[in-house]
Design a protein around this ligand. Structure first.
Ligand code: GDP
Ligand code: ZN
Length: 376
C-alpha cells in the first residue's frame, strides 16, 4: 500500500508541506474510539494514535477534531511512546450531521469521502422525496453522488428506467445506475467510479442490498457488519473495528454507525417536509403556540372549515410525532429482520465450515494414525 492507495493527493501533500519543519509523517484515520484512534501509515501499517493536547485545545468545536477519514500528521513513537496526532490536515469533503437535540453541535461522520453511493430500488424503497434529502446532504458534504437502483431483476425494465429518469431530474450531477447486486449485474460501473485512493461510503435503507454489494466488491464473502465470527470467536477478517477499509482492487470504503443512521434521519425530515403546506397555514394562527384545537384564531381549523384542508390530513399532522415514532419502530423491525437473516445465513456458513474442518481434521487424524503406525 502507498499513500496514493490510501487517498493521498496533491491537496494533502501541499497542506502537509506547509506544516512547520518537523519529523512528522502523514497517516489516515480509520477508526475512532473515546480514548484513541486507529490509523494507517504510508506502508499500510496499522497503528494506534492519541490526540495531542494542542490539537484538542485548538479545536473550536467537535467538528474541528480529527474524525475517521481525516489525514493527520503524527509524530512517530519511539520505545514505549505513543504515536501522537500533531495536526489535522484540511478536509476535501466532510460528511456531517447536527447532533439530535443539540441543534448547534455538528458531528463529523466521515471526512474526505469522494463518493457517496445511495442504494435504493425502483419499487418498495423508491421515494424521490427521501432521495432529495440524500442529494442535499451529499452536495453539502462535497462528495459526488452515485445512485444504484438495485434489485433491477425484481422490476420491469420500464419501471427501472422511469425511476432513473425521475432521480436524474432531481439531481443532474448524480450518476444513476441500474444494478442487481445479487446477480452481480451492472456493478462494473462502480469500479469506473473507484479510482486509486477513492473513498466511498454506501448508504440506504436496510434491506436494499448494501451488504450484498460490498460482498461483490470484495469478490469474496466479506460481511459488512461487526458481528463476531462464530467459528473463530474473532471478528470477520481483521476489519472488525475499522471504519475505513481498503478494497482489494482499489479504493476504500468508509462505514460507521453514523452513516447507517443517515437513512432514519432523512426519513424523518422527509415526513416533516411532507407537511410543509400545513406548517405554512399554521404560521397564520393567531397564537404562536396554537394547538389547533379550540384555540381562538386558529388558521388551520379555519382552513378545514373552508374546505381548503382535508380533516384527515390535519389529523395526521397533529399526530406527526406519533408518525415519526411509528416510522422508527418500522425501521427498527426491518433492521432486526435483516440482521436476523444475516445471522442465520452466517450460522449456516459457520456450520458448513465446521463440518469441513471436522472432515479435514478426521483426514489428518487418519494420516497421523498411519504415520504413527509406521513409526511403531
Ligand atoms: P442491506 O441491509 O442493505 O445490507 O441489504 P442486504 O445486502 O442484506 O440484502 C437484503 C436482501 O436483499 C438479501 O436477501 C439479499 O439477497 C437481497 N438482495 C440484495 N440485492 C439484490 C438484488 O439485486 N436482487 C434481488 N432480487 N435481491 C437482492
Ligand atoms: Zn392553529
Amino acid at each position: 500500500m502507498t499513500l496514493a492507495d490510501l487517498g493521498w493527493n496533491s491537496f494533502f501533500a501541499d497542506a502537509f508541506a506547509a506544516l512547520p519543519a518537523n519529523d512528522w509523517v502523514p497517516a489516515r484515520l480509520i477508526r475512532e474510539s473515546p480514548i484513541n484512534y486507529g490509523a494507517f501509515l504510508e506502508d499500510g501499517e496499522e497503528i494506534d494514535v492519541v490526540l495531542s493536547g494542542k490539537v484538542w485545545h485548538d479545536a473550536k468545536n467537535d467538528a474541528d477534531l480529527p474524525a475517521v477519514g481525516d489525514w493527520v500528521a503524527v509524530s512517530v513513537g519511539g520505545d514505549n511512546e505513543d504515536y501522537v496526532i500533531r495536526a489535522r490536515l484540511p478536509r476535501q469533503s466532510c460528511f456531517s450531521r447536527k447532533m439530535p437535540g443539540k441543534s448547534a453541535e455538528e458531528q463529523v461522520i466521515g471526512a474526505n469521502i469522494d463518493i457517496v453511493t445511495v442504494v435504493t430500488d425502483a419499487g418498495e424503497d423508491f421515494n424521490p422525496r427521501r432521495m432529495e434529502r440524500y442529494f442535499t446532504l451529499i452536495q453539502r458534504s462535497g462528495a459526488k453522488p452515485v445512485v444504484l437502483l438495485n434489485k433491477a431483476d425484481l422490476y420491469p425494465k420500464k419501471q427501472n428506467q422511469e425511476a432513473s429518469e425521475i432521480l436524474q431530474q432531481l439531481s443532474p450531477d448524480a450518476s444513476i445506475h441500474i444494478t442487481s447486486a445479487l446477480h452481480n449485474t451492472g456493478l462494473k460501473v462502480l469500479l469506473a467510479h473507484l479510482k486509486r485512493g477513492t473513498t466511498m461510503c454506501i448508504v440506504g435503507s436496510s434491506g436494499v442490498g448494501k451488504s450484498t454489494l460490498v460482498n461483490q466488491l470484495y469478490g469474496e464473502d466479506w460481511q459488512w457488519t461487526d458481528d463476531v465470527n462464530e467459528v473463530t470467536g474473532k471478528g470477520r477478517h481483521t476489519t472488525t473495528s475499522r471504519e475505513l477499509v481498503p478494497l482489494p482492487k482499489r479504493g476504500l470504503i468508509i462505514d460507521n454507525p453514523g452513516m447507517r443512521e443517515i437513512q432514519m434521519w432523512t426519513d424523518e425530515q422527509t415526513l416533516r417536509e411532507s407537511f410543509a403546506d400545513v406548517d405554512d397555514i399554521a404560521l397564520h394562527c393567531r397564537f404562536q403556540d396554537c394547538k389547533h384545537g379550540n384555540d381562538a384564531g386558529c388558521a388551520i381549523r379555519a382552513a378545514v372549515t373552508a374546505g381548503k384542508l382535508d380533516p384527515a390530513r390535519l389529523d395526521s399532522y397533529l399526530r406527526l410525532d406519533d408518525e415519526i415514532e411509528k416510522l422508527r419502530r418500522r425501521q427498527k423491525k426491518r433492521q432486526i429482520n435483516t440482521e436476523r437473516r444475516a445471522k442465520r445465513d452466517h450460522r449456516v456458513k459457520a456450520r458448513n465450515l465446521n463440518d469441513r474442518i471436522q472432515l479435514e481434521a478426521d483426514e489428518i487424524g487418519l494420516m497421523r494414525h498411519g504415520d504413527d503406525s509406521d513409526l511403531d
